[in-house]
Ligand binder design. Sequence first.
Ligand code: HEC
Ligand code: HEC
Length: 151
Amino acid sequence: MKKLIGAMLACLMAGSLMAAQGKITTESGGVKSLRNSADLAVEAPAAQLKNFRKDGDLYDRQYMHQPPLVPHDIRNYEIDTKVNKCLACHSFKNASVMKAPKISPTHFEARDGMTLGEVSPRRYFCLQCHVPQADAKPLVGNSFKPVEALN
Ligand code: HEC
Ligand code: HEC
């Protein structure tokens, strides 16, 4: 039992050491965030909003079951409990008139596998999964390569 507690303590300590090393700090030792090194107590101008790509071709998918990227601007498209602007074009009812791709049947499936008569609550907030693209410098590097079948 003592041995087990010892091993657990060692793991905990190693964990906090790693966490300390992984922390991104600025030269002055402060924590770095999306606001860069600006101290939380200091007023700093917000970063300039990026311009999303306007309408264009669909993006290729990079892996199976990837939520497709949004190929158009979405500024001012409201989504709340009463209104869902995305569904004004992408619902089964409106898609063909709006010449937009339909949401797929998976968007009607509840978590227990039941297919509902309307968009499932877990697929209602579209931007949880679908993101628009801007021509911006990536925040972190990425060497991901799509699977061969999609190349
Ligand atoms: C005014 C109609 C309209 C609205 C509102 C709209 N879209 Fe679209 N969307 C389109 C059209 C049309 C396309 C087809 C590509 C194009 O023309 O840009 C599209 C394409 C897409 C695609 C690409 C699908 C694929 O298979 O690659 C996604 C994802 C998407 N929209 C998500 C959204 C989300 C999320 C919202 C809400 C924030 C939204 N759209 C609001 C019309 C709309
Ligand atoms: C939990 C994640 C999630 C949410 C939330 C979500 N989607 Fe999707 N969506 C996906 C995935 C994954 C796919 C691709 C596989 C599939 O069809 O399930 C997809 C596919 C799509 C497609 C392409 C369908 C096709 O047949 O190629 C459209 C259009 C789309 N979603 C629109 C929307 C809209 C509009 C909303 C909000 C009402 C939404 N999605 C919410 C994950 C999500």
